[in-house]
Design a protein around this ligand. Structure first.
Ligand code: ATP
Ligand code: MG
Length: 290
């Protein structure tokens, strides 16, 4: 069974203008799926639909269905959905409801009736994971924006959801913070099999980890599939080419120019290794013909 299925799903907040239009998308179990697209494309709405807030909190009108771990989100309660999906939205500050960092992580676990010792252990675990170890007693209001964002993620991770939905989770982080966060998420994805649906406009940040990329435009899926298929498709579309990570802009540009085909580079090291070999072979070819 897939983690999340959008089954020809359409949605309009006001009942007429479609924020999402005929979305067919599957997030496989254990997948690291990244959603990109211009402002207003429907990325946040997609997250809201995956956690049931659309339609449960927003009303509006919908067609088709969204299923998370087999649960139809429109038919299931928010509790049924929350048992499978953890969510950190764009407006992460509104998710923080307690006085201190430790209380914040404990909040949902206590509501679920978890034992005190288990909660204490989980608090230490997730705060260390997100880089907030030792800040248990710090007031939430005294944290920086980036720390609050990481706390919101820690509080959700503590519930150990099978599926994690994150809307621009690095928006309040500096470049190193963003890099650390994605390395952490990728590690959890690999080690625990937690499926990820992440909205991230900067695809360079997730290039090393994503196994599916989805580009939304005007509420529809413009491209979706493996990064090695989606990035070239984006490259060929004038409106989407600028969103291709610089490393792949170089790769695709070189391939065109040289009429070559390089591997699906995940990072600069892979690119450098392949280009090093390529240049050496060219040089040997040049020496032979001289
Ligand atoms: N609460 C709302 N009520 C009515 N319309 C909304 C609401 N939220 C979003 N919309 C509209 O739905 C469409 C999709 O918005 P959404 O926020 O999902 O886009 P997005 O891709 O997340 O954009 P951004 O990159 O700016 O975050 C837009 O046309 C937006 O104006
Ligand atoms: Mg958004």
């Amino acid at each position: 069974m897939a983690a999340i299925v959008f089954d020809d799903f359409s949605y309009a907040y006001d009942g007429t203008t479609k924020a999402l239009d005929g979305i067919r998308l599957e997030v496989a179990k254990g997948s690291f799926t990244v959603v990109a697209g211009p402002s207003g494309a429907g990325k946040t709405t997609l997250c809201l639909a995956a956690c049931g807030a659309v339609p449960h909190y927003f009303g509006g009108s919908m067609a088709g269905a969204v299923r998370v771990a087999g649960v139809d989100t429109a038919a299931g309660s928010m509790g049924d959905i929350a048992a499978h999906v953890g969510t950190v939205l764009e407006d992460y500050e509104s998710q923080l409801v307690t006085m201190t960092v430790a209380e914040e992580v404990a909040f949902t676990l206590e509501n679920r009736g978890m034992k005190h010792e288990t909660i204490a252990r989980r608090i230490g675990e997730v705060l260390a994971q997100v880089g907030l170890a030792g800040l248990e007693d710090r007031e939430v209001g005294a944290l920086s924006g980036g720390q609050k964002q990481r706390l919101a993620i820690a509080a959700v991770l503590a519930t150990r959801p099978g599926i994690l939905v994150l809307d621009e989770p690095a928006s309040a982080l500096d470049p190193e913070g963003a890099e650390e966060l994605y390395a952490l998420l990728a590690g959890l994805n690999r080690e625990t099999g937690m499926a990820l649906l992440v909205v991230e406009h900067d695809l360079a940040r997730v290039l090393a980890y994503a196994d599916q990329m989805v580009v939304l435009a005007g509420g529809r899926v413009a491209c979706q599939g493996r990064p090695e298929d989606v990035l070239p498709a984006m490259w060929r579309q004038p409106g989407l080419a600028a969103m291709v990570p610089p490393l792949w802009q170089i790769k695709l540009g070189l391939e065109e120019k040289l009429d070559e085909s390089f591997a699906a580079w995940r990072n600069e090291e892979e690119a450098a290794a392949e280009l090093g070999g390529f240049i050496a072979a060219r040089r040997r070819g040049g020496e032979k013909s001289a």
